[in-house]
Design a protein around this ligand. Sequence first.
Ligand code: SAM
Length: 284
Amino acid sequence: MPSLTLQEIELWTAYIKSICGNSHDAGKAYLIENRLAPLLQETGSNSWLQLLTKVKSEQTGNLKRKVINLITTNETSFFRDTSPFELLQFKIIPDIIDRKRKNAPGSSVIPIRIWSAACSSGQEVYSTLIVFKELLGNMQKYDIRILGTDISDKVMAQASYAKYSKMDLERGMTTEKIAKYFVPDGNMWRVQDEIRAMATFKSINLLEPFVFPYKFDIVLCRNVAIYFSLDDRKTLFNRIGNVLAPDGYLVIGSTESLSGLCSQYESKRYLRSVFYQISSAAQK
Ligand SMILES: C[S@@+](CC[C@H](N)C(=O)[O-])C[C@H]1O[C@@H](n2cnc3c(N)ncnc32)[C@H](O)[C@@H]1O
């Protein structure tokens, strides 16, 4: 396999940044080489430059999709970092339900809309739904819908399939929850239908403007903006502010912060977690 030249590193880095925002600096050239090697072979390219030319000129966008699937870091697990899910269980979900009950006292069904942005293979989505189910038990009085999105169509297919290996489940799911929420399917485990039915998945690039038919009560956008430039992060969280319901909650990754980035958000703390809401000043 040919090694990347300095010029090729620069060109590939710029291309990757332009299609998914991920900044791979020259020190990460090995990432490009390791992850895209199968594509070099598959396309019979003699050099990295030739592969890049093919990817850019291919009309169907198929090669571009393959680059995205190979280059994105899809690391995730069930109940990743634990504390955001405690935050949902003890603060966010009870607050939303209380407020909605007060605002519409006679209504028989409470709608709750959630967006898990950059959800990878779906573990974040199903962990969130399991928190709802554990907390609410009978879901008939609620209309809960979660939209899971990611730029990679490969992980969107996996999320939609809702099937996980034993190893995936062992990363975050207790034996008790496995028994309650998964059914064996060959050598995999499938998410139970009641939970699966509340989720839909769609490929969305967070660098591009997005519109939705409704506003979200909760947006989870964790461990993706860390790969973006400061400007892209600013634009993303400003846009998320526009699709968040007036009292909606934004939860970001445990190592991330919006401080100094987007002034319309107010940061709030609960237990070990920080979450964000649009400040009342910004709503006027
Ligand atoms: C490290 S995973 C985080 C998954 C999950 N949110 C979590 O915290 O466990 C980052 C995900 O962001 C996705 N991603 C990267 N760039 C993106 C973009 N521009 N738009 C949407 N998703 C993107 C990747 O495909 C990957 O699945």
